[in-house]
Each structure stands twice: as C-alpha cells, then as structure tokens.
Ligand binder design. Structure first.
Ligand SMILES: C[C@H](O)[C@H](O)[C@H]1CNC2=NC(N)=NC(=O)C2=N1
Length: 103
C-alpha cells in the first residue's frame, strides 16, 4: 500500500477542481438533473471496484460529492490522487469537460 503523501506532494499532485480537506481530497460534480448524478455515481463505483480503492460518494439533488482518503494509511496517498485523476479523465471523456454528465 502506498505511503502517506507530504503536504507539498498533495498540493502538487491534486488535480485542478479538487480540494484538500484534512486527510481527504474532495470534488463536487454538478449535473442537470438527479439521475445524471446517480449514473455518474455508478461509474465512480465501477472505477472504485476495478481499482479496489473506494471513495465516499454522496449523491444530492443535481450534485455528487466524491471524498477520497486511504483508510489503511490514515491519510492521503498516491492511490487517492490516481483515483481522482481517473475519475476526472472518465468524466471529461464522457462529457467533453462539462459537469452536467449526459451518461
Ligand atoms: C482491507 C482494505 O479495506 C482494502 O485493502 C482496501 C479497500 N478499499 C479501500 N478504499 C480506501 N479509500 N482506502 C483503503 O484503505 C481501502 N482499502
């Protein structure tokens, strides 16, 4: 399992649009309607299972919040940064970079 990253490593590796909140990295995605968010959450869940690294996924009306940390290490590791990058690339690939994902 990857080691915890330093503050500088986190700041350097964090994809734009993501924020650091203590021992987690966080991003809120906005959607045109509730079910688009639900579909996006399903996609994130499939990525999590494939990577065996599981974010907290909070589905709200027209937005989905993704929170990542490495529980086994008690903080932020490369696994979290890589998962965030993967989610960003998948979401961008499917929407051309806009948040209201038409899945
Ligand atoms: C046993 C342990 O739960 C597993 O190795 C995986 C499962 N998914 C996980 N997900 C996250 N976010 N952090 C972990 O440390 C983690 N560990």
């Amino acid at each position: 399992m990857a080691d915890r990253l330093s503050d500088d490593e986190i700041a350097e590796g964090l994809p734009s649009s993501w924020q650091r909140e203590g021992d987690e990295i966080v991003r809120v995605y906005e959607f045109t309607d509730y079910l688009h968010g639900v579909n996006f959450a399903q996609m994130v869940g499939e990525i999590a299972e494939a990577q065996f690294h599981h974010p907290e996924i909070i589905i709200r009306f027209k937005e989905v919040e993704i929170r990542l940390t490495t529980h086994d290490e008690g903080g932020i590791t490369d696994a979290d940064i890589e998962m965030a990058e993967f989610i960003e690339s998948e979401q961008t690939a499917q929407t051309g970079g806009i948040d209201d994902v038409e899945l």
